[in-house]
Design a binder for this molecule. Structure first.
Ligand code: FES
Ligand code: FES
Length: 161
């Protein structure tokens, strides 16, 4: 089996692992690291459910090989809570805003949606509605109609000022 040793940072923790060279990043995150907040939907780069931050930029982890994160920094939805725990005892302001405005229904799109929003707000503290919608255009939500998601990003931006 063709494997490679990689070193990377995930949610603030440096790790070394050996991965199969054909393993996708979403498989590695979910099955190899047990971080199941990252969802696997279409597996074709269309839905955004698998979005994670790669050096601060949102990427589709279903279209990325695990070996590509060698030397890089990854953030998953688990990394956003300040405690960095699965218990989510202290939510990131974007996570809290999604809860507060009811932008979560089935929740399948939510981790990817929040990470796309985080990438936007890290670069632009005062985005317009159009910029918010552009930032999440790679993330499909089948439940909310998007208005509450935009409302949540707006609320998070206000709270983070
Ligand atoms: S699962 Fe990756 S974009 Fe849909
Ligand atoms: S809340 Fe169900 S897909 Fe977005």
């Amino acid at each position: 089996m063709n494997e490679k040793k990689i070193s990377f940072t995930i949610n603030g923790t440096k790790l070394n692992r050996t991965v199969e060279v054909h393993r996708t990043l979403v498989e590695f995150i979910r099955d190899g690291l047990g971080l199941t907040g990252t969802k696997e939907g279409c597996d074709e780069g269309e839905c955004g459910a698998c979005t994670v931050l790669f050096d601060g930029k949102p990427i589709h982890s279903c279209c990325t090989l695990a070996v590509e994160i060698d030397g890089h920094e990854i953030v998953t939805i688990e990394g956003l809570s300040r405690m960095g725990t699965k218990a989510m005892t202290c939510l990131d302001p974007i996570q809290q805003a999604f809860v507060d405005v009811g932008a979560v229904q089935c929740g399948f799109c939510t981790p990817g949606m929040i990470l796309s929003a985080k990438a936007l707000l890290d670069e632009n503290k005062n985005p317009t509605d159009a910029e918010m919608r552009t930032a999440i255009e790679g993330n499909i939500c089948r439940c909310t109609g998007y208005d509450r998601i935009v409302e949540a990003i707006k609320l998070a931006a206000e709270r983070m000022k």
